[in-house]
Design a protein around this ligand. Sequence first.
Ligand SMILES: NC(=O)CC[C@H](N)C(=O)O
Length: 431
Amino acid sequence: MATSAMDLTFSNPLSSFASKAQPNRSPKARAFTVRCSIPLSSDGAALGLAERPWKTSDARLVLEDGSVWTAKSFGASGTQVGEVVFNTSLTGYQEILTDPSYAGQFVLMTNPHIGNTGVNFDDEESNQCFLAGLVIRSLSISTSNWRCAETLGDYLAKRNIMGIYDVDTRAITRRLRQDGSLIGVLSTEDSKSDKELLQLSRSWDIVGVDLISGVSCKTPYEWIDKTKSDWEFSSNERDVDALHVVAYDFGIKHNILRRLASYGCKITVVPSTWPALETLKMKPNGVLFSNGPGDPSAVPYAVETVKEILGKIPVFGICMGHQLLGQALGGKTFKMKFGHHGGNHPVRNLRSGHVEISSQNHNYAVDAASLPEGVEVTHVNLNDGSCAGLAYPAQNIMSLQYHPEASPGPHDSDYAFQEFIEMLKRVKQNA
Ligand SMILES: NC(=O)CC[C@H](N)C(=O)O
């Protein structure tokens, strides 16, 4: 049946409350617009019944444990293999889709309703979607957000990323919690049997694979963008005499760079294979080792680079960067059962005693017991007691297993950037 895209404007039932509470709010905020498709009869008259504005073809997700989950497809079609992980964030699916650390993984969102805010120009965490695919319970029939530029389905289709909906995400999450992360194959191709897909899932692995070389930039570049005014909740002190930070791109999220720029840093982003010697020649005030996908044990060349820089320049490691630092200091990393993926992980800062709610995305962790003397565990994940942060003050080293740039997620951990800046200033003053 033919459809006609149209905008429907509704008055906001909360508008009288909103206008009393925030008298300066623009009148626009009192109405909202829903983009939807109305099925048309042959003579073009609207029938009044909403029809789903995306194609609905059948898809299967076959897990390595032999289970087969039928679903509807959106985004790209085809056959794709990857590791299935669940993410408990309630918001921020666009930042999650563009987080390069998800390369090789299917992200299953536990929040059942996804797509309602569409996608926009501001929330990209990188220039590409590197994840294997998106698994959700229900795809929103409409988008209603003032920043929306495109529907989620169109966005994924253009980036050739597969998505499925109408799948029992609670049941799969329980299975992953019980059995650990599983490899899966997602397919829209009827010609492939369940058995073939199962074989494919069992012949693929994510452990021991270097995934950072596929997502890192190829040549160095300068970064200047800052976070917007809604992030000015902390001091964001701007130094006239800017601190120069070299950021190793293992799959870096843009908000890490935006936060550093907002704190007054001049930033040079370098590829994962950039020699330590070249970095030392640049005489930066600090080095950042970024987040990144995959197994930290599969990238010994990156650990070597970190080792060559430690003790010579103050460093900050985030997520993969933290794991590489742990290894460079002589510690070990291990694969967790199903990892931490979400915007609601409680972490205790052991120095201040404060608990922060943090944004996390990792499947590996540093084994705190393997770390040499002098290395301090500064943060602990309160869900499972795993190591969430390290410091080695004698060598001006600090790191976090989670995401202080909080995109998406709560801003509780932003102070870590301030601590990094203070460390750089201290070292600079004492030089
Ligand atoms: N966000 C990240 O940097 C992830 C680190 C690593 N790839 C892991 O899964 O543990």
